[in-house]
Write a protein that binds this ligand. Structure first.
Ligand SMILES: [Zn+2]
Length: 476
């Protein structure tokens, strides 16, 4: 099946043809590790994880690279603010990032270069840019001379005034042109720094990705991804550095950018109080529901994050697991994704349409009476879900996790069928789970919580009796 991707470089959807038949190199800008990942950081990870899964399904030998930016001014500032060492901060936040992304079912990239491992390459590229007349030294800095590149601004399609405005270029008297950007900057003795022909210092952010992508995928490679907020200045500057260092050789062939993420219709920011880390949302929903909530909106559209949307995604994913539970006795047929799901994903990663088809498969399975057909549809349903990083666990594991999360929302009692909600008796594992939670609350002397759990069980017709041997229960 032919894959079409919207290429920001040409402002249109294009057939994807890799540079080397059968092989694909993809580079996605990774996190700057100075704080916990927020849901805006997670969106590209989930989007490009689906693209990686799709490329592999289509038979490509994919090398997926996502970097770690572990030297950057935000890191220096955060370490000073927290009173911890830079190494402790970057190690801690990198580990948290890996855990958070794994919770969202995002597979790790094949290669994960760290900026601090590529400083020599950055120094070499900067020296080359100076030698070729594209960069200059000024007061301990090295700056890229944007006037040396006729095409500068082409990727983002910005004119000069917009670029100066968009780059929020600080006024620096040593710059020849206000749009020139930093390749290398001097470090004071208390800052991380490396010796170089331009003095002791550290790289600018943009040069890091130019060097790490070349080191892992070569001068020219197939796909470069990231959030659309990176188009300018980050990606524009990557193009400038890489093309000028290699005498105009092409850099990334397809530029793929995901849209912004908003919370309740507003830009997410700490000052607005609508800031959500991945860990925050994982308190309210399973990683699979968070993932689905992201994928229900096409990746290029703005994603409006709401509690309602997350609840809805949770319900939708639960419905599919209920169906898998109800058809537990049916053997799953060959794990082949449904062709309509693959077709939707090949159409510029239309995850919205793909999920509608997956829901449709669930409905088909529910109404199918022929055993062989049930088996075939079940295989398709699971394989289609997995292509999007969904339905990868057993229904038992899914409900166990969900019930623990949604202790106070009576989520287990809702058995969702296509047309109706029917109340089922609360299952025994959930009762045991609640009793354990209550014992824990009692041990912590949190009696209101313990009482609340007892009342909650009572509302399900479960009566507790505390005795010397522990707590027993009976149905009323
Ligand atoms: Zn980057």
């Amino acid at each position: 099946m032919t894959l079409y991707l919207y290429n920001t470089a040409h402002r249109k959807k294009e057939e994807f043809v890799p540079m080397v038949p059968g092989k694909v190199g993809m580079y996605v800008c990774g996190p700057t590790v100075y704080d916990f990942a927020h849901i805006g950081n997670a969106r590209p990870v989930v989007v490009f994880d689906v693209l990686a899964r799709l490329l592999r399904h289509l038979g490509y030998d994919l090398t997926y690279v996502r970097n770690i930016t572990d030297v950057e001014d935000k890191i220096i500032e955060a370490a000073a603010r927290n009173g911890e060492s830079i190494e402790a901060l970057t190690t801690r936040t990198t580990e948290a990032y890996h855990e958070d992304m794994a919770a969202l079912n995002a597979l790790p990239p094949d290669l994960e270069p760290r900026a601090t491992q590529h400083i020599d390459g950055m120094i070499r590229m900067i020296a080359k840019l100076i030698e070729k007349g594209h960069a200059y030294e000024a007061e301990g800095h090295v700056l890229f001379d944007v006037t040396s590149m006729a095409d500068y601004g082409k990727l983002s399609g910005r004119n000069r005034e917009e670029m100066i405005e968009g780059a929020r270029v600080e006024v620096a008297p040593y710059k020849k042109d206000p749009a020139d950007f930093v390749l290398w900057k001097p470090s004071t003795s208390d800052m991380p720094g490396w010796d170089s022909p331009f003095g002791r210092g550290r790289p600018g952010w943009h040069i890091e990705c130019s060097v790490m992508s070349e080191a892992t995928l070569g001068v020219t490679f197939d796909i470069h991804g990231g959030g659309r907020d990176l188009i300018f200045p980050h990606h524009e500057n990557e193009v400038a550095q890489s093309c000028c260092a290699h005498d105009g050789a092409p850099f990334a062939r397809y530029w793929v950018h995901n849209g912004f993420l908003m919370v309740n219709g507003k830009k997410m920011s700490k000052s607005l109080g609508n800031f959500r880390t991945v860990q925050d949302v994982l308190m309210d929903a399973t990683g699979e529901a968070v993932r689905l909530c992201m994928l229900k909106t096409h990746y290029r559209k703005p994603l409006n994050w709401t509690d309602y949307g997350l609840d809805q995604a949770s319900t939708e994913i639960s419905k599919l697991y209920v169906i898998l539970k109800d058809f537990d006795q049916v053997d799953k047929g060959p794990l082949k994704p449904n062709p309509d799901v693959v077709r939707a994903l090949c159409n510029d990663l239309d995850t919205h349409a793909a999920f509608l088809k997956i829901q449709d498969l669930g409905k088909q399975l529910r109404h199918e009476t022929n055993k062989a057909e049930q088996s075939r549809i079940k295989g398709q349903l699971i394989a289609s879900g997995q292509l999007m990083g969904l339905l990868e666990q057993t229904w038992q594991d899914y409900f166990q996790k969900r019930d623990t999360l949604r202790l106070y929302e009576n989520a287990w009692e809702v058995r969702i069928s296509d047309e109706e909600f029917t109340i089922k008796p609360i299952p025994e594992p959930s009762i045991q789970n609640l009793i354990e939670q209550r014992n824990k609350a009692k041990a912590e002397k949190n009696y209101p919580k313990a009482d609340e759990i007892r009342d909650q069980l009572k509302s399900h017709g479960i009566l507790l009796e505390d005795g010397p041997g522990g707590t027993t229960w009976k149905r009323a």
